[in-house]
Write a protein that binds this ligand. Structure first.
Ligand SMILES: [Zn+2]
Length: 133
């Protein structure tokens, strides 16, 4: 195994699993390793490390993958494409994400139509001297 291959960017990898928000030089997101409502998972792109201030999990990109997938060091390297295969979400996960995106698009379109309809109805009511909805 060629372990001189450079590690993939930690931000890129974690972003595939967690929605991260940039604050200054660091990125924050909801931790995958414990349940939380406010982000305490921090990614330090300069050091290429992550740490969760909620549950204490932290390390480099290999640690992240090991914890996430429950694999050993070699397994993590394989998943990270350091054995030649690019790392990415599984096809199943990608499919689910597409479905969610599509659903959101439809919901947005529906809401837009509904808003337009309600506005129309309200202005029509006004025209006839009735109170708006
Ligand atoms: Zn945590």
């Amino acid at each position: 195994m060629n372990i001189t291959l450079s590690k993939p960017d930690i931000l890129e990898i974690i972003q595939q699993h967690v929605e991260l928000k940039q604050k200054g030089a660091r990125y924050w997101g909801l931790c995958l390793f414990h349940t939380e409502k406010t982000p305490s998972l921090m990614v330090d792109t300069e050091r290429q490390t992550f740490i969760c201030f909620g549950c204490g999990v932290g390390g480099d990109v290999v640690t992240f993958i090991r914890k996430l997938h429950g694999v050993d060091f070699r397994g993590a390297l394989t998943l990270l494409g350091m054995s030649g295969k690019p790392y990415g979400p599984s096809p199943e996960l990608q499919r689910q994400r597409e479905l969610i995106k599509d659903y959101r698009r439809r919901l947005q379109a529906y809401e837009d139509r509904l808003c337009g309809y309600l506005r129309q109805a309200a202005s029509a009511n006004n025209k006839y001297g009735q109170r708006p909805m």
